[in-house]
Design a binder for this molecule. Sequence first.
Ligand SMILES: [Zn+2]
Length: 337
Amino acid sequence: MHQTTPSETALDVSAVPADDPRASAAAQELHDRAPRGSTSVPNSEGLRLLAVHAHPDDESSKGAAMMAAYADAGAEVMVATVTGGEAGSLLNPAAAEIQQCHRDLTGVRRQEMAEAAEALGVQHVWLGFVDSGLPEGDPPPPLPFGSYAALPLELASAPLVRLIRRFQPHVVTCYDESGGYPHPDHIMSHKTTVEAYHAAGDASKYPDCGQPWQPQKLYYDRAFNPGRFRALHEALVAAGINSPFGERLARWESDERPDWLTNHEVTTQVPVGEFLEARDAALKAHRTQVDPEGFFFATPNDFLREVWPYDDFVLAHSRVETSLPENDLFSGLRGNP
Ligand SMILES: [Zn+2]
């Protein structure tokens, strides 16, 4: 998220109408595709998961229900937020009336982050880097000196290596190589997480950052899974509800498909249906960034539970045996953590 462009959030009122013949076909397909098997994650005591995010609020819009589910199942879940979100702007019109938001937006965002972590039941650390901002213009201006995305890889990765060696996660999640969203901090957090994931277990690397610890699995978040938006769109249309996803899907399925929308196949769908309200509470805690009337709340939770009660991930690297597709990020690690 973070400075989402208006075209990404605009409601599309010209969605396919419910009496369109495609709607009944979609309803049948959805029925065939209805979720089966496990509807919750297994007991996860003794397991640890680290999720790396670029800015405060990213953790609540990507994989939040997954984290709440594992925390509830007994896992230790840690969110590492790389930057303080200093370059963010006030994105919720209602929050603009709160004076402190104009005086000290960074301070307000720290409070919001603490509330979101509590709503999800997760631990949280700041890695202390400075938000690079979203460069706008053609050509884009250079990144601010000293900002996170402008740093050398090793310097930007060291705090994450230190955190992995201290927290000792079995599983690490981050964005894919496109950032999952074209912001320099998102792309840099991918690079540093991949670097730290591979280096943390190697005593010869980052020798000043603690005793080696080797995480076993690395996942990329797939919140922008086109298949998910397609299924939700078709289900909304079939139910006669205006879908906010039509315009976006049309763009994604055309020659205008954005470069950042990579083709990674989803390997792992974590059942999160019971934790959508926790996700909502975390999102709403970020009141300067998230409009409670906005895009993230466009699909009713009961609908999500019916149609797509998962958070989607891509297994990017594993040191344990597992069989795909999975419905558990700790698959292959249980009984042998
Ligand atoms: Zn962000």
